[in-house]
Ligand binder design. Structure first.
Ligand code: HEC
Ligand code: HEC
Ligand SMILES: [Ca+2]
Ligand SMILES: [Ca+2]
Ligand SMILES: [Ca+2]
Ligand SMILES: [Ca+2]
Length: 671
């Protein structure tokens, strides 16, 4: 009997191991968008996608770092391996989040911002598990999509986020230009005195540039409601005589209020201004944490967004270089933090939605998601025919371009400027994808242009690797061609009014940027127009003259305007034939890791520090010869063994912040 004891114990332990192993595999199978396997893996244990387009990384929270040498941290992913960071960010936008990631909570409950009746809320919560279920056209990119129940029964249509970073940067530039005009004593806020007699007039392009227009965004002075008389694109945040926020002030008449700071609401279709209602999220970072919460029940714990050093309107500047605003602080405030074995700040145990899952989205997740959206390629021009050219001219002639302003310029950054209003950020992206229709090959093609300096970073003593190279944005000037908006709210007539659930009426809308519009039907904030002609004919109010001018055009001319609008297109980024290295051609047999990947295309995986190696030619289950584009080096390519990404127990909390790195606990790293 004694002799058998080791066998009995051994057998018992084996049983436990097998149970743990299969329990784990069962959980893996529950994933949908995540398919890391290749043809050699058991498809049940390790779901595969031989097209190689699915998400290849498990859900692991990215850890926020500001030191780029901390391998696998968010600053490393931003500057040392930015394409890898881009793909981690992209995975957050495309992933179907699961129960064990903390998705949902109070499904379908009426939620969101209060409407003016003070009781009705704007929408319902926790209705889908992925940004990608709405931002879906084109698939896998940050595209446009469906109309959802929001604000009122007529709904809100999902816009695309192509070129989202350029829009964010225009907004931040307008913000600084406003301060340059009105904050005379440069103390960072606009006093009632300073506001006197001043108007906010901005220009899309620098002096002397053809196409430069003045855009009047209203008066800095108090209007009849006691608020600044600025266009609703500008959202005021009231401050006292020390420049600190007075969160409970409704307008400038409040006795404590001495002036205001501003947010610039360049995103979203349009909202009714209401005191105490936070602005539409004004940065990409905030317009990610907000949707994660309302659509998917995932609350971000983002100190970047809730830390305000001066207790004014400003939170911190993100890693990607964008000023954040306290009006958009995330719900999870990290009141109680879990211990860590590394001394790093632990995860937040606050669990604002009380579903038992903690720190559902981390600050590092926000960093990489922001970087992805900041750098997301912009829309492009499709085939430019004679009709398209004629339509483009007509578009200007009949007055469409007075609101749909074609071009904007981002002024160069100069972080050293003494005057804070001149401390412009410049173009903070790390690359630009130039996309155009090639008449010879008759298709859309891309050319990749880097916007970075290469800077040597000191080697991390903890790492076996040598000195690292950082790719740091040059923050130069950039001219944005063909965005078609003045970023101003207009009353475009009753046919566009939206009656909200509570009976209040939204009358003013931000001029919809028309880039990509050829591919984003249905149209209007409510998606009520299924084609372009009908949304144009719907224009009235401030756009009445140009609508009338449009209807007076001949049939042929109207078709030309439509042809022009249809030439403003989106495209599937990862399929786009692209010259990745400025060689002046697109390689038909592009080799990566000695494998022939086919035609050179915009696949960020080819540009990682450790590029993905594809499996290549194999025979599939039916004996057909196929090229498997599944990866065979996923752990190395996607950095899964880097210090800050390694998640030994596979519970989504990386070892460095996991309170128990060897005990799997999807809720808080332990349970
Ligand atoms: C249920 C559908 C849905 C989901 C899911 C969704 N969105 Fe949206 N998104 C919308 C709609 C609708 C709007 C327009 C809202 C408005 O203006 O009223 C929008 C607007 C945006 C905008 C502003 C774009 C612009 O240029 O105006 C951004 C950025 C954005 N969403 C990001 C996200 C992110 C990031 C996620 C995932 C965390 C996400 N969205 C999930 C429907 C969705
Ligand atoms: C007074 C400013 C103004 C003028 C002039 C104007 N528009 Fe618009 N346009 C808007 C606004 C504001 C919206 C957004 C409406 C909404 O949110 O429902 C819009 C929406 C659109 C859309 C729908 C975009 C989408 O993504 O759904 C198209 C297309 C469009 N305009 C084309 C035109 C054309 C063509 C002309 C000239 C005949 C024109 N516009 C003139 C302000 C203007
Ligand atoms: Ca949740
Ligand atoms: Ca939770
Ligand atoms: Ca872990
Ligand atoms: Ca753990």
């Amino acid at each position: 009997m004694k002799k058998n004891i080791p066998w009995i114990i051994g057998g018992f332990l084996l049983g436990v191991a097998v149970t743990i192993y299969f329990a784990h595999e069962w959980l893996v199978r529950a994933q949908q968008t995540e398919r890391p396997g290749n043809s050699l893996d058991n498809p049940i244990d390790n779901p595969r996608d031989l097209a190689g387009l699915s998400i290849k990384i498990p859900r692991i929270r990215v850890v926020h770092t500001i030191d780029p040498t901390q391998e696998g941290g968010s600053m490393y992913l931003q500057e040392v391996d930015p394409w890898l960071g881009y793909m981690w960010g992209k995975s957050l936008i495309n992933r179907n989040f699961r129960e064990r990631d903390g998705v949902y909570g109070d499904n379908g409950k009426i939620e969101g911002v209060l409407l003016p009746d003070g009781a009705t809320k704007m929408m319902d919560r926790s209705h889908t598990n992925s940004c990608g279920s709405c931002h879906n056209v084109p698939y896998r990119d940050a595209g446009a999509g469906m109309t959802i129940a929001k604000n009122g029964a007529t709904g809100r249509n999902t816009p695309h986020m192509f070129g989202g970073g350029l829009i964010e940067m225009i907004g931040q530039q307008i913000r600084l230009q406003a301060y340059a005009l009105a904050d005379t004593n440069r103390d960072g806020w606009i006093s009632k005195e300073e506001a006197k007699g001043k108007r906010l007039i901005v220009y899309n392009l620098p002096e002397g540039a053809p196409g430069r227009v003045a855009i009047d965004l209203g008066s800095f002075e108090e209007d009849e409601y006691g608020a600044p008389g600025l266009n609703p694109i500008i959202y005021p945040v009231y401050v006292d005589k020390n420049g600190q926020r007075v969160a409970y002030a409704k307008n400038l008449k409040h006795p404590e209020v001495a002036g205001y700071q501003i947010d610039v609401q360049v995103f979203g279709w349009g909202n009714l201004y209401m005191p105490f209602r936070p602005p539409v999220q004004t940065t990409l970072r905030a317009f990610t944490s907000g949707p994660f919460d309302i659509h998917s029940g995932l609350q971000a714990h983002d100190p970047t967004s809730y830390t305000s050093v001066k207790r004014d309107a400003h939170a911190l500047v993100s890693n990607a270089g964008c000023q954040q605003f306290i009006t958009q602080a995330t719900k999870d405030r990290g009141g109680v933090r879990a211990p860590t074995k590394t001394g790093l700040p632990g995860i937040s145990l606050d669990d604002p939605d009380r579903d038992g899952y903690c720190e559902e989205i981390s600050e590092g997740d926000m960093d990489v998601a922001e970087c992805y959206l900041l750098n997301h390629p912009a829309p492009a021009r499709g085939r430019i025919t004679a009709d398209v050219k004629a339509g483009e001219k007509l578009f200007s002639q009949i007055g469409c371009a007075t609101c749909h302003v074609p071009d904007w310029q981002l002024l160069p950054g100069n972080p050293k400027a003494k005057d804070y209003t001149e401390r412009l950020e410049g173009d903070r992206r790390f690359f630009n994808l130039h996309v155009a229709f090639n008449d010879k090959t008759e298709r859309m093609e891309g050319k990749l242009e880097y916007l970075v300096h290469k800077v040597k970073a000191p080697a991390n003593p903890a790492s076996k690797r040598g000195a690292l190279e950082r790719l740091v944005p040059k923050r130069g000037a950039f001219t944005i061609r063909g965005i078609y908006s003045d970023f101003k709210y207009h009353d475009v007539g009753e046919d566009f009014y939206q009656m909200q659930f509570d009976g209040s009426i939204v009358k003013k809308w931000k001029t919809a940027p028309l880039w990509g519009v050829g591919h984003t039907a249905p149209y209007g904030h409510d998606g009520a127009n299924l084609d372009l002609e009908s949304v144009i004919r719907r224009h009235g109010g401030e756009a009445l003259d140009s609508r009338v001018a449009f209807t007076k055009l001949s049939e042929i001319e109207r078709r030309q305007v439509i042809a022009f609008l249809n030439s403003l297109v989106l495209y599937q980024t990862d399929q786009l034939p692209t010259d990745l290295h400025g060689r002046g051609k697109i390689e038909p047999n592009y080799k990566v890791q000695s494998m022939n990947t086919g035609e050179e295309c915009f696949n960020p995986e080819w540009l990682f520090r450790v590029p993905v190696k594809i499996e290549g030619p194999i025979r599939n289950i039916r004996g057909e010869k196929i090229i498997s584009r599944a990866g065979v080096n996923i752990r190395a390519a996607y950095g899964l063994d880097l210090e800050f990404l390694r998640d030994t127990d596979g519970d989504g909390f990386p070892d460095v912040i996991d309170p128990e790195p060897l005990i799997r606990g999807y809720r808080d790293g332990v349970r």
